[in-house]
Design a protein around this ligand. Structure first.
Ligand code: PEP
Ligand code: MN
Length: 266
């Protein structure tokens, strides 16, 4: 179902009125984690005003250490919904457990994170519900495995899948991951599904995010996911890779023109 061979036309995924794919470009932005009502609402207003069409915010966080901030969980989801009401921007947030699905009924785009890309039972479960799914590439997975994971979701009946390249593990240690932009080009050949790029988790350095975001647009990405925090130095998660709202605003002014240059619409 994901194979380009049997579906030559690009799929366009509709997330509560926001279209992604086939010439429609969308930017997802917001903090790594939801930390308070003020924080998420402020970030939502700023990223929306800058031109983002979807708001992100983690409530259930897949942290490497069990002693790190684990997210505000269902309380965080409630705050994210308040931020949606304040801005009108559809919301994206990560699910980590099939048992949490009922909590995600009111979420517009359900994210399956890199660490769960091959959690096949979770993939089947999000495939059995109707909300679109944002599937992130695993830390060390091939493109073939990535597309097969999308197939798991689609095989259950939900064909609204958006792929996200977010960097892979290589021998390089100066960046958090290695952004596989050639992989974006190859994915577009392999599948008709939209492919977006997350430069924030790919490199781990805020200063590097703008140039990678621009390169992703040039490589044909259908969208971007960018971490933006009201006060990166104090962020509970991923502050080092988060843009300030002002930095995001400046980047979006360029991205808007670049997307148009490549014949797509933001
Ligand atoms: C995230 O988007 O918050 C996240 C945890 O990303 P990834 O699954 O790509 O590491
Ligand atoms: Mn993060």
């Amino acid at each position: 179902k994901a194979n380009r061979k049997f579906h030559p036309d690009d799929s366009v995924i509709d997330v509560d009125g926001v279209k992604i794919g086939g010439g429609s470009f969308a930017v997802i932005a917001g903090p790594c984690s939801i930390e308070s009502e003020e924080q998420i609402t402020y970030c939502a207003q700023r990223v929306k005003a800058a031109g983002a069409s979807l708001l992100r915010g983690g409530a259930f966080k897949p942290r490497t250490s069990p002693y790190s901030f684990q997210g505000m969980r269902s309380e965080g989801l409630d705050l994210l919904k308040l931020a949606r009401r304040a801005t009108g921007a559809p919301i994206v947030t990560e699910i980590m457990n099939t048992e949490h699905l009922p909590l995600f009924e009111n979420v517009d785009l359900i994210q399956v994170g890199a660490r769960n890309m091959q959690n096949f039972e979770l993939l089947k479960a999000v495939g059995r519900q109707k909300k679109p799914v944002l599937l992130k590439r695993g830390l060390a997975n091939t493109l073939e495995e990535f597309v097969m994971s999308a197939e798991y979701i689609m095989a259950e009946g939900n064909e609204n899948v958006i792929l996200c390249e977010r960097g892979i593990r290589t021998f390089e240690t100066s960046m958090r991951n290695t952004l596989d932009l050639a992989g974006v080009v190859m994915l577009h050949k392999m599948t008709h599904l939209p492919v977006i790029v997350d430069p924030s988790h790919a490199c781990g350095h805020a200063w590097m995010v703008p140039v990678l975001a621009k390169a992703a647009v040039a490589a044909g990405a259908d969208g971007l996911m960018i971490e933006v925090h009201n006060n990166p130095a104090k962020a509970k998660c991923d502050g080092a890779q988060s843009l300030t709202p002002d930095q995001f605003d400046e980047l979006m002014q360029f991205i808007g023109k670049e997307v148009e240059f490549f014949g797509k619409k933001l």
